[in-house]
Design a protein around this ligand. Structure first.
Ligand SMILES: Cc1cc2nc3c(=O)[nH]c(=O)nc-3n(C[C@H](O)[C@H](O)[C@H](O)COP(=O)(O)OP(=O)(O)OC[C@H]3O[C@@H](n4cnc5c(N)ncnc54)[C@H](O)[C@@H]3O)c2cc1C
Length: 182
């Protein structure tokens, strides 16, 4: 079982956390719930007629924790690669070591830049699975595509990165498919 650390608790980070925790991986999400969504009112999230950004966040956080993801209400100050893992330290002294990193810092990807990840004119460089230039580090949402800032785009990116990690861990394409209960 892999340990995945997710920096950022907006729709990108929480979507990744949902897929990973639901699959039984160990997931730690860092964030202080300061997403831009608290200024939003959503009419453009497919499957949801309308919802305030704050209500969306509350439902999403409950959904993620119900599957066992751990949420840390703190800012990550530093990340250092360590023996094929990553050591994260928060401003209030919490330390976690993880096998994969998903960075969803929003419009200011300071930690992604501190790791020296390659950039493009638009943002942090990623491939279509949201893999960055550093192995096992993913960058999703506004940090990777600042000009495409929509909640559902960030959530889709988080899901894509999570399914890629689950596929790598299982050694085959991973599908998260459920059927209606009896
Ligand atoms: C006024 C306004 C209205 C909007 N209306 C809509 C709308 O109607 N529909 C729509 O689809 N989108 C809307 N948006 C855009 C939407 O809010 C963003 O597209 C979305 O929030 C991006 O999600 P994200 O996960 O990529 O990043 P964010 O939501 O920005 O989340 C990043 C999170 O990471 C945290 N973070 C950053 N650094 C660290 C660190 N070092 N340690 C821990 N945590 C960290 C931040 O505090 C934040 O909570 C609106 C935005 C604004 C400002």
């Amino acid at each position: 079982m892999a340990h995945i650390a997710i920096v950022g608790d907006g729709p990108g980070g929480l979507s990744a956390a949902l897929f990973l925790a639901k699959a039984g991986e160990t997931v730690t999400v860092f964030g202080t719930d300061e997403t831009a969504l608290h200024y939003a009112y959503l009419y453009n999230y497919l499957g949801v007629a309308e919802i305030s950004g704050s209500d969306f966040q509350r439902v999403a956080r409950d959904q993620v924790t119900s599957f066992g993801a751990e949420m840390h209400a703190g800012r990550v100050a530093t990340i250092s690669p360590a023996d094929e893992q990553f050591r994260l330290a928060t401003e209030d002294g919490i330390e976690v070591t993880a096998d994969y990193l998903i960075l969803t810092e929003g419009k200011n990807p300071a930690l992604a830049e501190s790791l020296g990840l390659e950039k493009t004119e638009e943002g942090i460089a990623v491939d279509r699975e949201y893999r960055s230039s550093l192995d096992r580090v993913y960058v999703v949402g506004r940090s990777a595509r600042p000009r495409r800032s929509q909640a559902i785009i960030s959530a889709g990116a988080g899901a894509t990165a999570a399914v890629d990690i689950l596929s790598r861990e299982s050694g085959k394409d991973y599908q998260d498919w459920d059927s209606p209960p009896d």
